[in-house]
Write a protein that binds this ligand. Sequence first.
Ligand SMILES: Nc1ncnc2c1ncn2[C@@H]1O[C@H](COP(=O)(O)OP(=O)(O)O)[C@@H](O)[C@H]1O
Ligand SMILES: [Mg+2]
Length: 600
Amino acid sequence: MTSADLVLAGSYDYGVVALSAVIAILGSYAALDLGERVTFARGGSRLAWLIGGCVAMGIGTWSMHYVGMLAFRLPVSVQYHWPTSLLSLLPSIFASAIALFVVSRPTMGWLHALGGGLFMGVGISALHYTGMASMRMQAMCHYSLALVTLSVVLAMAFSLLSLRLTFLFRVEASGRRLRKIASALLMGAAICVMHYTGMAAASYTRSTKVPNLSHAVSISSLDIAGIGMVTVMVLNVALLTSVLDRIQKQRVFLDELFEQAPQAVALKNVDNQVVRVNREFTQVFGYTPHEVLGRSLNDLIVPEESRHNAQRNAELVALGQRVDAEVVRQRKDGSLLHALMVGVPVSVPGRQIAAYSIYSDITRRKRAEEELQRSFKQLRELAARLQSVREEERARVAREIHDELGQALTAIKIDLASLMRALRTDQEEESEKAESILKLVDQTILCVRRIATELRPGILDDLGLVAAVEWAAEEFEARTGTKCRLDLPQDDIVIDQERTTAIFRIFQETLTNVTRHAEATEVDVRLGREDGHIVLEVRDNGRGIGQEQLSTGRSLGILGMRERALLLGGELIISGTPGKGTIVRLRIPQAHPVQSEDSE
Ligand SMILES: Nc1ncnc2c1ncn2[C@@H]1O[C@H](COP(=O)(O)OP(=O)(O)O)[C@@H](O)[C@H]1O
Ligand SMILES: [Mg+2]
């Protein structure tokens, strides 16, 4: 017999090889998943997950190696010593325990990873070679030291890889599923490579020695299928438990979220009946869950006058639309509350739509808002009153100055004139004195007129808005030398005195601002009517008002102008372009036609 005859040529059953690969991949996936479970479990449940995980993974690893070993066929009958086989389960569970322990720690330093990989590799190698030792046949087994070493090193290297990957994937996060599957494939492939390297390390030669077949069993294809199936089942149960555990945790989490939410939440079924409410709902509306279950919110918390709107909102939600609304609702004790309501549709299987409604009680905010509005209104009224009082006062003072002072000065002038006439021709000195007094009186008369006009331009009352604007513009041009182009209506704009005054004062203030701030050379003024409004537009070509002057509340002149416009239901818009100029645009509705009281 030649030595070639002595060597037993082995072959692989590829179906079984494939089965071993499937088990390796499934086992790897289970390992990734269990790593995650153990990491997040605490106390007693952590120990349970650790033990359950070790056993499931241990069986998975063990089974993969056995199935892989059974894929190898020798031309002699092979039996297996079952106590040894069973013994090999121990290093497998040991390796799994190390793995789960290492990956579930808060951090993974290189030392831990290396140590874990080393021990796990040793465990897997022990499993593998103990498994090989359980073979009973009429043949001798020889090991190639180089390949054995290689297989042990590979076992360690792949263990290290698996540990790192599992550690990376232990954090639950959506979108990681695909990467998790990819990692499981990689790990499964790695396990197969290690295993079949180990198989290649052994060669068998024919032997005449009859093997000791006590406690040995032969394993048929059917048994292999059985082992594979049981393993797959074990791993599936482990994975399923893991999924159930996760769902349970999420449920608890969501329940807590629902109950503790600071808004009142009601879940409704497709028939619009309440199926669940949270604690805040009871707080806000006064109904206990027991009192609302199975009933419609419309009957319970919607006041009579809001039913129609509530119904419409419910219909929108039923169509799959989200509804946001400010609503009025009723508590159990009949009191009303303002609430922000959000109606959200939820699709449930069977194409039906259920919904939940969320309410935040905004009664207090609403009250504060109303209070604020009221005090705003009062302030406006006060400001309006002050304006009109000021205007009246100015007019009165102007009249007094004009009439009383003016008349007195005119009288002085007349008397002085007659006095001058009475002077003799030789009284030259006295005559000169009188001349200068007369001049002074004339100047004073002019001065008094100017002051009176400034206080209240008589032109405004006598000739109307258009003439007053024209006069003020001319004054402005004469005083500042800034060219002023006017675009005024042909006829006068006849509106009530309040409006006339307001528009005129805003115009004056605008021109003052141009003088003081704009450094403009030209100003365009347009006054006209636009669909029921009086519009005044003043454009200058100066440096342009800045955004900060417009947005700060400190520009009191502008604020006053705005207030005046608002009081009359109008608006004032100011815009500026740096270096190009400023546009002030005022729009005030024309006075309502005087309402005649129809008397029959
Ligand atoms: N026509 C303008 N051109 C450039 N800047 C302006 C113009 N009008 C107003 N401003 C800017 O807006 C600011 C606020 O104006 P205003 O409220 O009238 O206050 P005041 O005139 O008392 O400074 C001014 O200080 C000025 O900087
Ligand atoms: Mg000003």
